[in-house]
Design a protein around this ligand. Structure first.
Ligand SMILES: Cc1ncc(COP(=O)(O)O)c(C=O)c1O
Length: 327
């Protein structure tokens, strides 16, 4: 089992603080979720084609046929099994699920830093954009050049846009499998829409690759209530605008707060702050003892601060930082 943010029960046991007393700032999940309304029929009946989800997703992502997935995770695990064993370059530091999934499917994996990323000697390149955890983002022109080069060489570029909803103009989903046949883009409803528990993501790719993944997932891969949640969330432009504004305000406020405590941080996708620092482990422990869960990264040393969701959480974060004495 890989380490992830959001493992609050484990933290509660470990630190001996009741679950209800924690502020969980360990993830990049928006603190405000889309207010979903689920009908009784969605629980009772199997999902059917024609509920409108694919059309709403196509409009939102600007892609002709996004394939609904039970979370982006499904594509992270299945894509490596759909391609013959080859050389895969995975961006590092990066989301911890990529490399093990490619290795488990028999590929030869190299973990590569952003400045060394090139089409050169890989058949598949995979990266987050913006990248989790550090927010590194290959500029659009360089990403497109890489996609074209991978395309020309018969390779693949897989871009995970799980944190891409705050900057739609940067998104490459519209080009995936269309203008750039061998570009694959992954999208998630977990972060911006705050619906990680619904387990919904999308694959934007060429029709044949999408069809192969759909066949592996089988019928009813996304639960009916989850499809309903996604349909409502992706179609609600007014809510999305409101969400974008309040997330951006919170991300800027968080970065400013951390700055006041001499913790320079980068706001990533408007959804969390990434703070590289030598004493990350010690600050992580200091905060956990006060019931505030952050995410600690050790290579390189850094902390993730998710966005506080209300005044009480902001006050607790501020007060806990105020009592920390770096050595
Ligand atoms: C970069 C990145 N991609 C994908 C995922 C998985 O997303 P989903 O909940 O859609 O499976 C995560 C979850 O933390 C993530 O951080």
């Amino acid at each position: 089992m890989l380490e992830h943010g959001g493992r609050l029960r484990e933290a509660a046991d470990y630190w001996g603080i009741p679950l209800a007393d924690w502020v969980d700032l360990s993830t990049g999940i928006a603190p405000w979720s889309y207010p979903v309304a689920i009908s009784a029929a969605a629980w009772q009946r199997l999902p059917e084609d024609g509920d409108g989800l694919e059309a709403v997703a196509a409009a939102y992502y600007g892609h002709p046929a996004p394939l609904p997935l039970p979370g982006t995770q499904a594509a992270i695990q299945w894509l490596p099994r759909l391609l013959p064993p080859c050389r895969v370059a995975v961006l590092t530091p990066g989301y911890g699920e990529y490399a093990p999934a490619w290795r488990a499917a028999g590929h030869q994996v190299r973990e590569i830093a952003l400045d060394a990323l090139a089409a050169g000697d890989a058949d598949v390149v995979m990266m987050g954009r913006p990248n989790n955890p550090d927010g590194a983002t290959l500029p659009s022109a360089a990403t497109l050049a890489l996609a074209r080069e991978m395309n020309a060489r018969g390779g693949w570029l897989v871009v995970d846009e799980a944190f891409g909803d705050m900057a739609p103009a940067e998104a490459l989903a519209p080009l995936a499998g269309t203008e750039l046949p061998r570009l694959v883009v992954l999208r998630s409803l977990g972060k911006f829409f705050g619906l990680a528990g619904a387990r919904v993501g999308f694959l934007c790719a060429a029709p044949d690759l999408s069809a192969r993944l759909a066949a592996m997932l089988g019928p009813w891969a996304v639960a009916h209530p989850s499809r309903m949640a996604a349909l409502q969330a992706l179609g609600d432009r007014a809510w999305q605008t409101h969400q974008r504004e309040r997330l951006m305000a919170a991300a800027l406020r968080l970065r400013a707060l951390l700055g006041r405590y001499r913790l320079p941080a980068r706001a990533v996708g408007g959804l969390f702050c990434h703070a590289p620092m030598a004493q990350a482990a010690s600050l992580h422990e200091h905060m956990a003892r006060r019931g505030i869960l952050l995410r600690h990264f050790d290579t390189p040393e850094a902390l993730r601060f998710g966005l506080p969701g209300d005044g009480n959480q902001w006050r607790r974060l501020d007060a806990a930082l105020d009592t920390w004495k770096p050595t």
